[in-house]
Design a protein. Structure first.
Length: 231
C-alpha cells in the first residue's frame, strides 16, 4: 500500500507543475485521496465485503467528487488531476502511469454483461470531459482529447479526437483522414436518388407489361381471323 502511495505521489510531482511538495500533494490533492480510499475499498470488495467497500467508495465520492467503484482495478502512478466528476465503473481497469483529467467517464453502454467497462493500458492520457464507453482496450500510450467519446478500441500510441472519436495520429505520425467540408453527402439527395432508381425500374416494368399485352392482343386477333377463315 505504501509503495503504491509513493508511486502516486511521485507521479503527481512529475506531471503536475503546480505540485510544490510531497506534503502538499498528500494533504491537498483530491485525486490522491480518492486513490488512497479506493485501495482498501478494492481489498474489501475482493474479499466479498461489498457493503463496506461501497460505503468507503461513497464516502470518497462525497469527500473528493471522484467516484471509483470498489471493483475497478487501478494501477500505480496514477494522476487524477483536479478530478471533479470523474467516474470509473466496476469492471474498468486503469494501467500504471495513466492520467485522467476532470469529468472523465470510464463507463458502459448498458448493452453488455460481465465485463462492461474499458481497460486502459499503461501511460494513457484522457482529457477532461472525455467518455470511454464499452468493454474494450485502449492501447498503451494512447491520448484521448477533451470531450471525445470513444466507442471502440484504440491501438497503442494512438491519438483520438471527436464524437465519436477517430484516430488522427498513430505513434506520432499523422493519419490521413481528410474531412471534406464541401462534398458532404446530402441525405435528402440520396433518398431522392433512390426514389428515381425505383421509379425507373417501375417504368421499365410497366413498358414490358404493355408490350406483353400488345403482343397478346395481336395474337388473339390472329387466332380469331384464323378461326373465321376456318368457318
Amino acid at each position: 500500500m505504501f509503495e503504491g502511495l509513493k508511486a502516486d505521489i511521485r507521479a503527481i510531482r512529475e506531471r503536475d507543475p503546480a505540485a510544490r511538495s510531497n506534503l502538499e500533494v498528500l494533504l491537498l490533492y483530491p485525486g490522491l485521496h480518492a486513490l488512497m480510499l479506493h485501495r482498501p475499498a478494492h481489498w474489501l470488495y475482493k474479499k466479498g465485503l461489498h457493503f463496506p467497500a461501497r460505503a468507503i467508495s461513497q464516502f470518497s465520492r462525497f469527500l473528493t467528487g471522484i467516484e471509483i467503484h470498489p471493483g475497478a482495478k487501478i494501477g500505480r502512478g496514477i494522476l487524477i488531476d483536479h478530478g471533479a466528476g470523474v467516474v470509473i465503473g466496476e469492471t474498468a481497469e486503469v494501467g500504471d502511469g495513466c492520467t485522467l483529467y476532470q469529468g472523465v467517464t470510464l463507463g458502459g453502454t448498458g448493452k453488455d454483461t460481465g465485463k462492461r467497462h474499458p481497460t486502459l493500458g499503461k501511460n494513457v492520457l484522457v482529457g477532461s470531459g472525455a467518455k470511454i464507453l464499452g468493454p474494450f482496450k485502449i492501447g498503451d500510450g494512447a491520448k484521448i482529447a477533451s470531450n471525445a467519446v470513444v466507442l471502440q478500441p484504440l491501438p497503442e500510441g494512438a491519438t483520438a479526437v471527436g464524437v465519436p472519436a477517430r484516430v488522427v495520429r498513430l505513434k506520432g505520425k499523422k493519419v490521413e483522414q481528410p474531412l471534406d467540408h464541401v462534398h458532404i453527402p446530402d441525405p435528402v439527395a440520396q433518398e431522392l436518388c433512390k426514389l428515381q432508381v425505383e421509379l425507373r425500374r417501375l417504368r421499365e416494368r410497366m413498358d414490358q407489361l404493355e408490350q406483353d399485352m400488345l403482343k397478346q392482343d395481336v395474337q388473339d386477333v390472329k387466332e380469331k381471323e384464323n378461326n373465321d377463315e376456318t368457318i
